[in-house]
Write a protein that binds this ligand. Structure first.
Ligand code: UDP
Ligand code: MG
Length: 330
């Protein structure tokens, strides 16, 4: 396989500390790959998506695109979130292979060579898998592990320790873009695509510069999307819990009647036996309504079919045309 091109999509949110350091690393890496006769990569384009940053990220992207012919910038009209920003870049990418990675290069760019090799070997998806997360905080590692366990309990098929560092063939990307959901959890969609998949292990690095852009809130949102977009198990658990409580109440009632009439004991209805079940049921009901509400909210958002991202401007007319075509497709 020779003469193919790559689009590298990098979402950037308030990355003015990291980008000036990481963009040159990405450029050098891919230039070296193109120069290397050991693979068939003939050219690449670096698509930097500014996800409504409030710092100097966009002017840095514009500067990079002036300085380097390979760099293109896409500016979203506001902060849409990591997943939507990536999708924006993916939707205007049109190369033979598409690579996605984070702007802070926490995902070891050295793994891309193995992804390229996997593609040449026939893989349509090459997924980066973290085999060592010691660079992440203990809190992040712990919560990630607990979350993966919960996902597999709920029957959600997900590739453990794969985030959004991957290579896709043009064909696989076209398949991914057919998924129209507003609630995006790309790494959950990937295993549903099919295609020959290769896992590429790498070591997770420390952030190059700046702070994590994933606030606790954003992380919880993503975690919840991951569950409710792929599993109706929480709804079933509620139904099972309801059935269990109903059964328990029937048994308790039968026991009470038996004590009251068969033994004619002096049954004084106590405070605890009245108030505690009431509070318990109230709590279970509120929680259950909350879970159902989460799904109803999802339906509400999906039925509106609002755009998942809005592109305000780009650094090249060619990209503008791509964005317009994408918007027209809906
Ligand atoms: N990001 C984004 N929009 C957001 C939050 C994050 O585009 O609302 C980007 C961010 O610039 C980075 C990537 O998503 O390129 C991953 O974010 P970060 O490194 O802060 O997350 P972490 O690695 O700590 O999970
Ligand atoms: Mg990071």
């Amino acid at each position: 396989m020779t003469g193919y091109r790559a689009d590298v999509v990098v979402p950037c949110y308030n990355e003015d500390a990291a980008l000036p350091q990481t963009a040159p690393v990405i450029l050098d890496y891919f230039r070296a790959l193109v120069a290397d006769p050991g693979n068939g990569l003939a050219g690449f384009r670096l698509i930097l998506v500014n996800d409504g940053s409030r710092d100097a990220t966009w002017s840095i992207i514009e500067g990079l695109s002036h300085a380097h012919p390979e760099v293109e910038g896409v500016m979203l009209s506001r902060n849409f979130g990591h997943q939507a920003a990536m999708l924006a870049g993916l939707s205007i990418a049109d190369a033979d292979v598409i690579v996605t990675m984070d702007a802070d290069l926490q995902d070891d760019i050295g793994a891309v060579a193995a992804m390229i090799a996997a593609y040449e070997g026939g893989a349509h998806l090459a997924l980066g898998v973290r085999n060592d997360r010691s660079a992440d905080s203990a809190r992040k590692q712990g919560s990630a592990n607990a979350y993966y366990r919960l996902l597999s309990l709920l029957g959600i098929n997900i590739i453990e320790n794969h985030a959004d560092f991957r290579l896709m063939s043009r064909t696989a990307l076209a398949a991914l873009l057919q998924y129209r959901e507003v609630n995006l959890f790309l790494r959950g969609l990937i295993p549903t695509l099919g295609f020959p998949v290769t896992l590429v292990p790498y070591r997770r690095q420390a952030r190059t510069a700046g702070e994590t852009k994933y606030t606790l809130r954003k992380m919880l949102r993503l975690a919840l999307d991951g569950i409710t977009s792929f599993s109706v198990m929480p709804l079933r658990i509620i139904a099972a819990l309801g059935a269990l409580i109903f059964l328990g109440t029937m048994l308790a009632t039968a026991w009470f009647l038996w004590v009251r009439f068969a033994h004619s004991a002096d049954v004084v209805p106590g405070w605890a036996s009245t108030v505690l079940p009431m509070l318990f049921l109230g709590g279970v009901q509120l929680l259950s309504i909350g879970v159902v509400g989460e799904y109803v909210g999802k339906i509400y958002l999906e039925t509106k079919r609002r755009p998942r991202f809005i592109i305000q401007q780009t650094t090249s007319p060619e990209l503008d045309a791509g964005a317009r075509a994408q918007a027209a497709r809906g």
